[in-house]
Design a protein around this ligand. Structure first.
Ligand code: ZN
Length: 426
C-alpha cells in the first residue's frame, strides 16, 4: 500500500477512541503478555533502517535455537537474511516488508525472534520447535526500507515481480520458497490507513486474506486451509479489536507473491496491518501482529490440517477504502473575488518520502463520504490562505493539491484553523 497510513494522534476521533478500548478479557491474553515481555526495545518507531533491525536482534541471533542465513542481496547490496527455528516436519515461511514503508510485521518479527531465542523452558515454544520449522524473512526489501518507500532501488514494486522476477529481492524470496517448500506462507504488509472495516465502518486495524491461486478464485484444498487459518487469526485479533478486522480484496494477480505462493502449494495468508487512532508509530499494532502470528503458529502446531470454522473469516466485513483523511463539511467557502458557496473540503495526506502533510483533494458536496476525521463547519465561513489559491492575477481560484491552510470563522471570531498537520483550535 502507498505511504498514506500516517495517522498522527491529533486526529483522534472520539468515536474511534471509544471503539479502540480493549475489552477487559483481552488483557489476559498470554500472547499479548508475551509480546510485551519479548519486545525488542531498540525498535520503537516504524521507520527502521535495515542495519538497525539486524542490530536490534543481534543478541538473539546468537541463540543455538536459531539458524541465520544470508539468502541474497538487495539491488544496493544490503543482505537479505532468513532466521530459522524448529525441527518439525511442517514448514512455514513468513516474509515482511517487501514494501519498504510497511514495517509493522518486521517489528513483530523482531519480538518473535527474541522469544524464539530464549532457552528457558516454555511448553508453547517447545511444541513449535518440535512440530514446525519456521523460516522468518524480515524486511525483504531493505533498499525500500532505507528510503521508507514502497518500491526497491529501481522503483519496482517487488510484490508485482513474482512472475518476471527481475529483482534480486523477488528472486531471493522465490529461491527460499523453492528450497523450503513451505506448507504455509505468510505475506506480511501494511495497508492504506484510510481503509475501513466495511463501508462506513471504523478504520480497519487489520485486513486478512486467503489469496486466490487462480483467476477463477477456486477454493482449492490449499486455499481452504489458508481460509481456516485466517479465521483463527481473525478470531484472535477480533477479541482485541472487535469490528476492526476486515477481509482484503481477493482479486487474483499473477504478478503478486501471495497469489503465486498459494498457486505454488503453500497455504498462504495475507496479513495487512491498518491503522489505529492514537498509534501513529504502530506499536500497539505491532504487538497485535505478534498475537496474530503466534496464534497461527500454535494452530498449525496443534494440527497442520488446521481444522476449524471458516465463518470468522467469511463473515469479516470487506475492506473499504475511504477517500479522505480529513473532511471539513457544511461550511461556506469564501474565495476572494468569487461568490461564497456551501462546499465541503476533502484532504488527503501527501505521499512520498517526507511529505506527509494534508493536501486539498476535492471541493464540493462530499457528504456521502467517510473520512478518517470529519470536522463539522456548519455555520462557519471557510477562508483559504493565499497558499491555497492560484498564483498571481486578479482572479485567484482555489488551487487543488495545495497544502491545507485555512481559517474557519464565526463572524470575526476564529472557530478553528486547518493546517497541513490537521485541525488546530485557536
Ligand atoms: Zn504492501
Amino acid at each position: 500500500m502507498p505511504n498514506l497510513s500516517v495517522l498522527p494522534s491529533f486526529r483522534l476521533p472520539v468515536l474511534f477512541l471509544a471503539l479502540a478500548v480493549v475489552p477487559a478479557a483481552a488483557q489476559d491474553d498470554p500472547l499479548l503478555a508475551l509480546a510485551a515481555r519479548y519486545r525488542a526495545e531498540a525498535i520503537a518507531s516504524k521507520r527502521i533502517l535495515p542495519e538497525q533491525f539486524w542490530e536490534a536482534v543481534a543478541p538473539a541471533l546468537g541463540s543455538a535455537a536459531l539458524g541465520v542465513e544470508e539468502v541474497g542481496r538487495s539491488g544496493e547490496g544490503r543482505p537479505i537474511r532468513t532466521v530459522t527455528f524448529g525441527r518439525g516436519p511442517t514448514r512455514l515461511l513468513l516474509w515482511s516488508q517487501m514494501h519498504g514503508d510497511e514495517s509493522s510485521a518486521t517489528m513483530a518479527l523482531a519480538d518473535i525472534i527474541r522469544w524464539l531465542a530464549d532457552s528457558a523452558p516454555d511448553p508453547r515454544r517447545d511444541r513449535i520447535a518440535e512440530r514446525l520449522t519456521v523460516v522468518l524473512l524480515p524486511m525483504l526489501n531493505p533498499d525500500g526500507a532505507a528510503r521508507f518507500r514502497r518500491e526497491n532501488a529501481w522503483g519496482i514494486d517487488v510484490n508485482r515481480d513474482a512472475r518476471r522476477q527481475v529483482t534480486p529481492e523477488a528472486r531471493a524470496l522465490k529461491a527460499v520458497r523453492d528450497r523450503v517448500e513451505p506448507h504455509f506462507a505468510f505475506n506480511l504488509h501494511d495497508q492504506n490507513g484510510r481503509s475501513r472495516a466495511g463501508r462506513g465502518g471504523p478504520p480497519a486495524a487489520f485486513a486478512l486474506l486467503a489469496p486466490a491461486a487462480d483467476s477463477a478464485r477456486t477454493w482449492t484444498p490449499t486455499r481452504q486451509r489458508a481460509r481456516r487459518l485466517a479465521a483463527a487469526m481473525a478470531t484472535a485479533l477480533g477479541r482485541h479489536l472487535p469490528g476492526r478486522i476486515a477481509k482484503y480484496d481477493d482479486t487474483w494477480s499473477a504478478r503478486a507473491f501471495g497469489d503465486a505462493m498459494q498457486a505454488w502449494g503453500a497455504s498462504t495468508v495475507l496479513l495487512e496491518t491498518g491503522a489505529l487512532a492514537g498509534d501513529p508509530e504502530k506499536q500497539r499494532l505491532r504487538t497485535l501482529n505478534v498475537v496474530a502470528l503466534l496464534t497461527a503458529l500454535e494452530a498449525i502446531a496443534a494440527d497442520p490440517a488446521v481444522p476449524g470454522p471458516t465463518a470468522p473469516y467469511d463473515g469479516l466485513p470487506g475492506n473499504a477504502s475511504t477517500p479522505y483523511d480529513l473532511l471539513v463539511v457544511g461550511g461556506t467557502l469564501q474565495v476572494p473575488g468569487l461568490a461564497p458557496v456551501q462546499a465541503d473540503l476533502g484532504f488527503v495526506h501527501g505521499g512520498g518520502v517526507g511529505a506527509t502533510g494534508l493536501l486539498l483533494e476535492d471541493v464540493g458536496d462530499l457528504r456521502d463520504f467517510a473520512a478518517v476525521d470529519t470536522v463539522d463547519a456548519s455555520g462557519l465561513v471557510l477562508i483559504p490562505s493565499p497558499v491555497m489559491l492560484e498564483a498571481g492575477g486578479a482572479r485567484r481560484g482555489i488551487r487543488l493539491g495545495a497544502p491545507a491552510q485555512l481559517e474557519a470563522r464565526r463572524g470575526a471570531e476564529t472557530a478553528f484553523t486547518i493546517s497541513p498537520s490537521g485541525r488546530d483550535r485557536p
